[in-house]
Write a protein that binds this ligand. Structure first.
Ligand code: BDR
Ligand code: CA
Length: 308
């Protein structure tokens, strides 16, 4: 059965790559896309998302604006990775697409309630919208089949030594989501940087000549010419894991989120110790499937071919 999904994004160069793939794939039904403050400010995230849908040559998918700041703590962006416009300097082209008038969490509620098929949420930004949705509309949230998210890490962080950006940006929201009872797969930093593109793949994209492949090539050039020269397909990996689970290896772990204001803020603490079953069991967190390995070559190839 074709997965029926809602993407929650903070577009973002690698969010763009995830959107391109999901909306161009014939076996995925993207019911809607919700936007959240993260890589750049909310208004820009919304503009970028509409533009990416143009490049994807997607049908009329509803896009709604959500949270403009984290539940607690300051607003901060990732312009050093994604550019000042969040889209590698490629944003602000004209589009005839407009935003859905509903708030992101109202759109999620309506789409989940109206869907004939079970819905998977695929958040690839900070978890503010998802936390607000779970808290505001619990009856609709109870109908969600699963969450496959990009965020967290069982190893190290990329913003601090221990925290990954999406969780670090809104740890309280992440705590709410990781505490929910919805089955959850965490595609985190343990695999996030594995899906890379180089000059050869960029040339292949350029030669394909579609709007999607052109955007992919432009984003890749931007990232390859940046100081860290790191071109990962990033958030796309969460979509690939959801759609092609045979290409990802997951391990059950108990995960909890550090919401302290100490040096560990935003860390996903992943407990892999086996259950002892006795009262001295000190493990904390809720069970998630944590992706620890991916067939990067196969995932990259699927993405490139889908852009053609
Ligand atoms: C995450 O942070 C953002 O910069 C990316 O879009 C990705 O979702 C990686 O830590
Ligand atoms: Ca993202």
């Amino acid at each position: 059965m074709a997965p029926t999904v809602i993407l929650d994004v903070d577009t973002g160069v690698d969010d763009a790559l995830a959107i391109l793939y999901a909306t161009r794939h014939p076996d995925v039904r993207v019911l809607g896309i919700t936007c959240v403050d993260g890589n750049t400010n909310l208004a820009q995230v919304c503009r970028n998302t509409l533009q990416v849908l143009d490049a994807a040559e997607a049908g009329p998918i509803p896009v709604a604006a959500g949270a403009a700041r984290p539940l607690m703590g300051p607003v901060g962006d990732s312009s050093h990775v994604h550019g000042d416009d969040g889209l590698a300097g490629l944003a602000n082209r004209d589009t005839s697409r407009t935003l859905d008038p509903r708030h992101a969490i109202e759109l999620m509620r309506d789409l989940v309630e109206e869907s004939d098929e079970p819905v998977t949420l695929v958040p690839v930004g900070p978890l503010t919208n998802i936390a607000l949705f779970l808290s505001t509309f619990p009856a609709a949230a109870a109908k969600v089949e699963r969450i496959v998210l990009m965020g967290g890490s069982a190893s190290g962080g990329n913003v601090t030594a221990t925290a990954e950006f999406n969780v670090w940006h809104d740890p309280e929201a992440a705590h709410i989501v990781f505490s929910s009872s919805i089955p959850l797969t965490m595609y985190g930093l343990d695999v996030f940087y594995d899906l890379t593109l180089g000059e050869r793949e960029v040339a292949e994209l350029r030669a394909a000549g579609t709007p999607a492949s052109a955007l992919g090539a432009d984003i890749s050039n931007y990232r390859l010419n940046s100081p860290d020269a790191d071109m990962t397909l990033g958030d796309y990996g969460a979509v690939a894991t959801m759609l092609h689970p045979e290409l990802a290896t997951g391990i059950p772990m108990l995960v909890s989120v550090d919401t302290s204001f100490g040096p560990g803020r935003g860390q996903t603490i992943c407990d892999q110790r086996p259950k002892t079953g006795d009262p001295s069991d000190t493990r904390l967190g809720r069970e998630c499937t944590v992706i620890v390995d991916v067939d990067a070559e196969a995932m990259v190839r699927l993405w490139i071919d889908r852009m053609k």
